[in-house]
Design a protein around this ligand. Structure first.
Ligand code: ZN
Length: 492
């Protein structure tokens, strides 16, 4: 039987502001859309946490046996500097500063994004569409909203009429803003004067002469508003109504509020059944920001090359650290907190390494099926990974007691304990035993050093020392082989 049939999953719906039982539109299937990155700079750690939160959701649905279509877009046009409808396109600006093509910016940072996701073992989505690949679909939605009288054209740009929409629908319901607060830009900036009301947002913007990223449309040569791509791509790949829409907390307003308005108007239905928002990551208690220097890049964690870190940490330790907090809680990153997580991660992995050698007894002294149920209960309660991890440590305690002969399990319970720990640690949490990888890298480095010292000893005709290094390494299970190309080694 598929696991989803016996697991009632509850999800905190940010729109309803409560936990709700998850009922998919199509039995056994899940359609999920998550707002992806704007590819104009290196992905930062806060984004990594957001995408990891939805990777956990994706992995758990798959584990439960659902067929999941997970769509996560790449924003490669239309996202202006200040999140409102003014300023330079983020990608075009970077291209101008670095004197390269906008599509080179897109390529460079898309590759960086994919590499970073892979390092953290975030699974790729089922479809990863781009904004520039869906300009035609976006133009069709603008036409549709204009036809329905919910948008207006000014000087070649098209704006969504928020006040008019709000007469029949509730704009601001997701972010909890009333219509007076929903002003997209309070400052009198260029472009604002074209709007009837400051709450209105752009569906299409006419490109200024220096704006390079532009497409023809019935209104002007221009580009789509930032919010429109997600409506176009989620509708195209998941339908007018789909199960889950996710993103970072900071996207609730204006981005998701605008998506809801656009889809409601164009498709005539509320687009999403469950809205999910992942919380922020702070660094040493402060918001992360490049401008203040309170910032760490993913690669700096792996190399330890940042003055905010006392040492390097592996991707899985970082992943474990992040998953030790619930996705809706704020999480503070610090070197001390990471060191504590590293100890916990090693303890967990030590337990996992013992799993294949567990003794089998004729009867069980532990209640394994209750423990398994508790693991599922934690994840069924809005993907509560910290509670799950606490139960996994309980499982590791069982493993140690069994190895010490203090408790016993019969064969069926041994398999259940093994499978459950492995499934949750590897498949659901997506952890990899990479600390032992780091250790083996270090071991390789140490052996290479000894080979160099032995070579020096031989050059100085110190045969006694040279032999001693070779022989003592052999006792430790490291065999040196001298060849034409130099000395190589194998570890048994
Ligand atoms: Zn989006």
């Amino acid at each position: 039987m598929d696991l989803y049939k016996k697991n009632q999953l509850k999800i905190y719906n940010s729109l309803a502001k409560e936990k709700q039982v998850f009922n998919p539109i199509n039995e056994g299937s899940v359609g999920m859309y998550v707002c992806g990155p704007t590819v104009y700079n290196n992905v930062h750690l806060g984004n990594v946490r957001t995408f990891m939160s939805f990777d956990l959701v994706f992995r758990y649905f798959r584990h439960l046996g659902y067929k999941v279509r997970y769509v996560r877009n790449i924003t490669d046009a239309g996202h202006l500097e200040n999140d409102a409808d003014v300023g330079e396109d983020r990608i075009a600006k970077k291209a101008r500063i670095e004197q390269i093509e906008p599509m080179e910016v897109v390529q460079r940072y898309t590759v960086d994004f994919h590499n970073t996701m892979q390092k953290f073992n975030n699974l790729p989505p089922s479809i990863e569409p781009t904004a520039t690949g869906h300009i035609l679909e976006q133009i069709e939605i603008v036409k549709d909203i204009l036809k329905k009288g919910m948008a207006y054209e000014t000087n070649g740009s098209v704006y969504f009429d928020v006040l008019k929409y709000n007469e029949s629908e509730q704009y601001g319901a997701l972010s909890g803003r009333n219509i007076e607060d929903s002003v997209h830009n309070t400052r009198a900036l260029e472009g604002q004067s074209e709007k009837k009301n400051p709450q209105d947002f752009a569906l299409w913007k006419k490109a200024s002469p220096e704006h390079i990223m532009r497409w023809p449309s019935p209104w002007s040569d221009g580009f789509p508003g930032w919010h429109l791509e997600c409506t176009a791509m989620s509708t195209k790949y998941l339908g007018e109504k789909f199960d889950i829409h996710g993103g970072g907390m900071d996207l609730k307003f204006p981005h998701h509020e605008c998506e809801i308005a656009q889809a409601n108007c164009s498709n005539g239905v509320a687009p999403v059944n469950y809205w999910m928002h992942a919380n922020m990551l702070t660094l040493n208690g402060q918001k992360m920001a490049k401008s203040t220097g309170n910032n760490i890049l993913p690669n700096e964690i792996f190399s330890g090359n940042n003055d905010k870190l006392d040492k390097a940490f592996s991707p899985s330790v970082t992943r474990f650290f992040m998953l030790q907090a619930h996705y809706r809680s704020n999480l503070d990153f610090s070197s001390e907190a990471m060191e504590a997580s590293e100890k916990g991660f090693q303890k967990l992995m030590q337990g996992i390494r013992l799993l294949d050698d567990l003794p089998v007894a004729t009867k069980s002294s532990l209640e394994i099926s209750n423990w398994v149920e508790n693991c599922y209960k934690a994840m069924n309660d809005d993907f509560n990974s910290p509670i799950l991890i606490a139960h996994l440590f309980e499982g590791v305690k069982y493993v140690n007691l069994l190895c010490d002969g203090k408790e016993s399990l019969q064969a069926g319970d041994v398999s259940l304990l093994q499978d459950t720990l492995k499934n949750f640690v590897y498949d659901v949490l997506g952890l990899v035993d990479d600390v032992s990888q780091v250790n083996s890298d270090k071991l390789n480095g140490v052996v290479a050093l000894l080979i160099r010292l032995r070579k020096e000893a031989r050059e100085n005709k110190n045969w006694a020392l040279s032999d001693q290094i070779r022989d003592e390494l052999l006792v430790l299970g490291v065999q040196l082989k001298d060849g034409k190309e130099g000395t190589t080694f194998s570890i048994n």
